[in-house]
Design a protein around this ligand. Structure first.
Ligand SMILES: [Fe+2]
Length: 131
């Protein structure tokens, strides 16, 4: 199956944290298979619904001068072994990404309009989430 723009793939080895993103989709049917550590990489599914008490779905809020994106409706932990690695928004053909580290608040500010944007975040334990 051909890889699509903005899809993310992760290494399936427990010793590797590599994630790659498709910037330019391919035009052939054979492409879209990436390997790392000798194994086929797995596509990160964009999850949209939480079934745990800890929340992951990004919450977009209009604020002065832009938007604030928080993960999630109950703030996500930002601990050494479990944290939000990045928050990103795509709006009007532009991609904005804020990288985070343990100890940071699980939120990001982007100086853009809130209309029609899609927000995603990646938790190191629970994967990729979209609003
Ligand atoms: Fe998580």
């Amino acid at each position: 199956m051909a890889a699509k723009q903005f899809e993310m793939y992760e290494c399936c080895s427990q010793d590797c944290d590599l994630i790659v993103e498709v910037v330019q989709p391919e035009c052939c049917e054979q492409g879209g298979e990436f390997t790392c550590c000798g194994e086929k990489m797995g596509r990160l599914e964009e999850k949209t619904a939480d079934f745990k008490t800890e929340k992951h779905v990004p919450v977009v809020e209009k604020v002065d001068g832009g938007v604030k994106v928080t993960v999630g409706s109950t703030p996500h932990p930002m601990e050494e072994d479990h944290w939000i690695q990045f928050i990103e928004v795509c709006s009007a053909g532009k991609l904005y990404r804020q990288y985070l580290k343990p100890g940071d608040p699980p939120e990001a500010f982007f100086p853009i309009d809130a209309d029609g944007l899609v927000a995603r975040e990646h938790c190191n334990k629970h994967g990729l989430w979209k609003n």
